[in-house]
Design a protein around this ligand. Structure first.
Ligand SMILES: O=c1ccn([C@@H]2O[C@H](COP(=O)(O)O)[C@@H](O)[C@H]2O)c(=O)[nH]1
Length: 245
């Protein structure tokens, strides 16, 4: 399966820390080649707002702003317009919000970027969070589809609405490629160097498995940020994902 995917990005490091000092200290340790993308999520953004995006950009990193928007179409459109002005490379929205919300989000994002004279960020739809498994889907969300069918359905919806790609587990990539083809960004969190792990992630693969399954990019947080040597952890993961044995 490996080798069919032409677009493979350097890993995204999820900068999930509580303070600006911790964020900057990590960025300073991640000045390595090839440079990672930096994923700014809710924790840092809710503490520090757009200023933290600029802090990361000023250090030369491209930003994936992962705020997972999910609201009525008008609110999402207006929020996405603000995001479009930040100069980020990627951002996210929940596919569960439906086609009207997805299209409104895309329109807002493109309009914001255009008004600021910037390229439009790539808009990725969350399919099912990688912390969800079949049991949660069936017994708590009462979704009648299997997890794979649900993810496939959301990927198809996202593509129909003109989005650039999805967030999913690499476990679902072959099912997703059947409905959206190869020219659609599939970015995959739920990455663990060892499959034996003890945390909230349910649908997990190793970096090498993500490559073999055809991921366009992996998102990795704690295995890097909580490692005593984040740069070495990143480089080992980057090699396993980018370089075939
Ligand atoms: O389905 C999803 C969507 C987003 N994420 C985000 O990715 C990172 C993963 O961090 P780890 O520490 O490697 O688990 C985190 O920021 C999530 O918000 C995801 O895990 N799953």
């Amino acid at each position: 399966m490996g080798g069919t995917i032409l677009k493979r990005l350097t890993p995204f490091v999820a900068l999930d820390v509580a303070t600006k000092e911790d964020a900057v200290a990590l960025l300073d340790q991640l000045t390595v080649t090839p440079k990672p993308f930096i994923k700014v999520g809710m924790e840092l953004f809710y503490h520090f707002g757009p200023e933290i995006v600029k802090t990361v950009q000023d250090r030369g990193f491209d930003v994936f702003l992962d705020l997972k928007l999910y609201d009525i179409p008008n609110t999402v459109k207006r929020a996405m317009t603000a995001i479009g002005r930040l100069g980020v490379a990627f951002t996210t929205i929940h596919a569960a919000g439906g086609s009207e919300m997805l299209k409104a989000g895309k329109a807002g994002l493109d309009a914001g970027a255009q008004a600021a004279g910037l390229p439009a960020p790539k808009l990725l739809a969350i399919t099912q969070l990688t912390s969800i498994d079949e049991t949660i889907l069936r017994d708590e969300q009462h979704v009648a589809l299997s997890l794979i069918e649900s993810v496939q359905n959301y990927a198809h919806l996202a593509a129909q609405c003109g989005l650039d790609g999805v967030i999913c587990s690499a476990q679902e990539l072959s099912a997703i490629r059947q409905v959206v083809g190869d020219d659609f960004w599939c970015i995959t969190p739920g990455i663990r160097p060892e499959i034996n792990h003890d945390d909230d992630q349910k649908r997990v693969v190793t970096p090498a498995q993500a490559r073999e399954l055809g991921s366009n990019g992996i998102v990795v947080g704690r295995p890097i940020t909580q490692n005593a040597d984040p740069a070495a952890a990143y480089q080992a993961i980057q090699r396993a994902f980018m370089e075939a044995n």
